[in-house]
Design a protein around this ligand. Structure first.
Ligand code: FES
Length: 564
C-alpha cells in the first residue's frame, strides 16, 4: 500500500513529522493507519437547504468503502449556497461565486493536509461543478459522488417539482390561481431532502458527472432517500483507491473526448444551460481547449431523447426507475454519438462500461426516446453570436420550440426592475426583455433570472416574449431565453448600448443575435457610455469582481490551470 501514499508519507512519516502525527492520533488514527493511504472525504453539507442536508450521513459509508480497500478516510467540509433559496441583493450574487470558492476550499484543505486521494460528495448546483473543478485542479485520484435529488411531490395525479412552486407565484400574480392553491403547491412540491427534482442544474451536473467519467456509472439518478445512495457511497470509497492503484487521475479522465461526451449528454437530456458555464470551467481547470464553438457544433447534431423537466414532464426519480443515466448513455453510445475511448474513474473507457451495462426490463414509458425517433429533433440549447454578443451567448429554446424571435427591446438594468415590470403588466407579447449589468463582473456573480422568468411563464407570456441577459438562467427556466451574453454590460459589451424600442433578432438556426442598429449609431452610444462604479468595494463580491473572467470563458477566477 505504500505506493499509494503519494503525498501523505511526506506529511506523516519519519522523525521530522513526529509533531504531525499527534494531531491525527487525536482524531482516532492508530499506528497502523499511518501506513495506509489517506483519503479525504470532502462533503458539502448544510442545514440551510435540503440539497446537502443528508450528505454527512454518506460520509460514513464512503469511509467504510475506503477502509475495505485498505485506506483511512477523514472527512472535511465545504460550503453550500442553495441556488433555489438565495435571492435578492446581495444574496443571489453568491451562487456562482460559491462554485469557485468551493474549488478553492478543497484546494486549500487537501493541499495543506497531504491527502493521497479523495471522494467529493456534492449536491446543489454549485457544489458539484466546484468539486469537479477541484478534482482536475488537484489531479489526485478522486471520485465524485452525488447526494441525490429529492423525491417529487404530488398534487392529486400531478407530479410536482420545485419548478411548480416558482411558476405558481407567476400564476397567482396573474390571477390564474388562488392564494390557497399557491399554498398547496408550496406545501407539496418538495417532500424530502435532496436536490431539485427535474433536469435542472443539480441533476444536470450529476448526469454529466457520469458522462465525464468522474463518478461511478449509475450513481447519479437514485433519489437522496434511496438506500442505493449508501451503496454508491461505499463503492465510491473503494473505487477511489482502485483508481489510485491504476494511476487514474482526473486529468486522465477529463480529456477533450470526455467533455465532448458530457456536451452530447447535456443536449440529449435538454439539461441546464448553466452546465455550459461549468463544463467550460472544468475544461479550463483541466487545461483542455473546449470552447463555445464545440458546444455549438455538438448542439446541432444531438436530439433530445429524455423527456425530463423542464423540457418534458418527468423528474429524475422517473429516469431512475428505468435505469438512470446509463440508459441514456447507452442509447447515445449505440447511436455512435459518444467517444467510447474516454477513460473513467472506474479505470475503464466509458464504451466498455456501457457495453457491459444492461438496462432493467422495464419500458421506457415516454421518459426516454430513441436517437432515431427522439423526443425533440434538436437540442434545446443553441450558441449565438452577433453584434449583441460578439463573444457568444447561450440560447435556451422555449416550449414552443421557436428558433427565431424578433421584437422590440425593453431594457432593464437589473432583474429586480424587470420583475417589477412583469408584475405591473408592462411586458407585452413581442417584447425582447433585456436584463443587463447582471454578468460575472457587473452583478457580480451572474445571478439567475429565475424569479423573472417564472413570472413571465406564470403570466402566460412564456413563448410570446424573449429574454436576453448577461446573467444566467436557472435550469428550471422555460421560455425563449438568451443568457451568458459576452462581453457583459459592465465591461462595455454591446448589451450596454441597447435602448428601449431597438429591434432585436434572435435566430437559433443561424446562431445569430443581432441588434438592428447601425454601426454609426452604436459607435455614438459607445462614446457616450461610461463604466458604472463597482457595486461592492470590499468582501468576497469585490474580490470576485476583480478576478472573474467572462461567461464564454466559464466565468472562472483562476487565471490559468494549476501547474501550467
Ligand atoms: Fe439545491 Fe435546487 S436548490 S439543487
Amino acid at each position: 500500500m505504500v505506493k499509494l501514499r503519494i503525498r501523505s508519507s511526506q506529511w506523516y512519516d519519519g522523525v521530522d513529522n513526529a509533531p504531525h502525527r499527534p494531531y491525527l492520533r487525536a482524531v482516532g488514527l492508530t499506528e497502523a493507519d499511518f501506513a495506509k493511504p489517506l483519503v479525504g472525504v470532502l462533503v458539502s453539507w448544510s442545514e440551510l437547504g435540503p440539497c446537502n442536508f443528508h450528505n454527512l450521513e454518506l460520509v460514513r459509508y464512503v469511509k467504510e468503502g475506503v477502509k475495505e480497500a485498505g485506506g483511512v478516510g477523514l472527512a472535511a467540509p465545504t460550503i453550500v449556497v442553495n441556488d433555489g433559496i438565495n435571492m435578492g441583493t446581495p444574496g443571489m450574487r453568491y451562487s456562482l461565486i460559491s462554485r469557485d470558492l468551493i474549488a478553492d476550499t478543497i484546494e486549500a484543505q487537501f493541499n495543506s493536509h497531504g491527502v493521497d486521494a479523495w471522494v467529493g460528495i456534492g449536491g446543489c448546483d454549485k457544489t458539484q461543478p466546484g468539486i469537479m473543478m477541484a478534482m482536475v485542479r488537484l489531479d489526485l485520484p478522486a471520485v465524485y459522488l452525488y447526494g441525490g435529488s429529492a423525491e417529487a411531490g404530488w398534487l392529486g395525479e400531478r407530479e410536482l417539482t420545485i419548478e411548480d412552486a416558482f411558476e405558481a407565484v407567476g400564476a397567482y400574480l396573474a390571477g390564474k390561481i388562488t392564494l390557497d392553491e399557491l399554498k398547496r403547491v408550496e406545501e407539496l412540491s418538495f417532500p424530502t431532502y435532496g436536490t431539485c427534482q427535474g433536469m435542472f442544474t443539480a441533476n444536470t451536473m450529476a448526469t454529466l458527472g457520469e458522462a465525464l467519467g468522474l463518478s461511478l456509472l449509475g450513481s447519479a439518478s437514485p433519489p437522496a432517500t434511496s438506500a442505493r445512495r449508501r451503496k454508491y457511497a461505499v463503492e465510491s470509497g473503494r473505487a477511489v483507491l482502485k483508481a489510485a492503484e491504476l494511476g487514474v487521475t482526473p486529468r486522465k479522465v477529463v480529456t477533450y473526448d470526455a467533455l465532448y461526451n458530457a456536451a452530447v449528454t447535456l443536449f440529449a437530456t435538454a439539461g441546464s444551460t448553466n452546465a455550459i458555464l461549468h463544463l467550460l470551467a472544468i475544461a479550463h481547470e483541466a487545461n483542455v481547449k473546449f470552447t463555445l464553438d464545440d458546444f455549438d457544433e455538438i448542439s446541432r447534431r444531438v436530439p433530445v431523447i429524455a423527456a425530463l423537466r423542464p423540457a418534458g414532464p418527468y423528474a429524475m426519480q422517473d429516469l431512475d426507475r428505468i435505469g438512470g443515466v446509463p440508459r441514456v448513455l447507452k442509447k447515445l453510445y449505440k447511436a455512435g454519438l459518444l467517444r467510447p475511448e474516454a477513460l473513467t474513474v472506474e479505470g475503464e473507457p466509458i464504451g466498455k462500461l456501457l457495453e457491459r451495462w444492461e438496462p432493467p426490463a422495464v419500458p421506457e414509458a415516454g421518459i426516454l426516446y430513441d436517437v432515431e425517433k427522439p423526443y425533440k429533433p434538436y437540442s434545446g440549447i443553441r450558441i449565438l453570436r452577433g453584434n449583441l454578443a460578439p463573444s457568444g451567448a447561450v440560447m435556451k429554446i422555449g416550449a414552443a420550440d421557436r428558433l427565431r424571435f424578433e421584437g422590440r427591446a425593453k431594457v432593464y438594468d437589473s432583474e429586480a426592475e424587470a420583475f417589477k415590470a412583469v408584475a405591473a403588466g408592462e411586458i407585452k407579447p413581442g417584447d425582447v426583455v433585456i436584463i443587463r449589468y447582471e454578468g460575472p463582473k457587473g452583478a457580480p456573480g451572474m445571478p439567475e433570472m429565475l424569479k423573472v422568468t417564472a413570472a413571465i411563464v406564470g403570466a402566460g407570456l412564456g413563448d410570446a416574449v424573449a429574454l436576453v441577459t448577461d446573467g444566467r438562467f436557472s435550469g428550471a427556466t422555460r421560455g425563449i431565453m438568451v443568457g451568458h451574453v459576452a462581453p457583459e454590460a459592465a465591461v462595455g459589451g454591446p448589451i450596454a448600448l441597447v435602448q428601449n424600442g431597438d429591434r432585436v433578432v434572435i435566430d437559433g438556426e443561424a446562431g445569430l443575435i443581432k441588434l438592428e442598429v447601425s454601426e454609426e449609431e452604436l459607435e455614438k452610444r459607445r462614446k457616450a457610455w461610461a463604466p458604472p462604479p463597482p457595486k461592492y468595494k470590499g468582501g468576497l463580491l469585490a474580490k470576485y469582481a476583480a478576478l472573474v473572467q467572462q461567461a464564454d470563458k466559464g466565468a472562472v477566477t483562476s487565471p490559468s490551470a494549476w501547474g501550467t
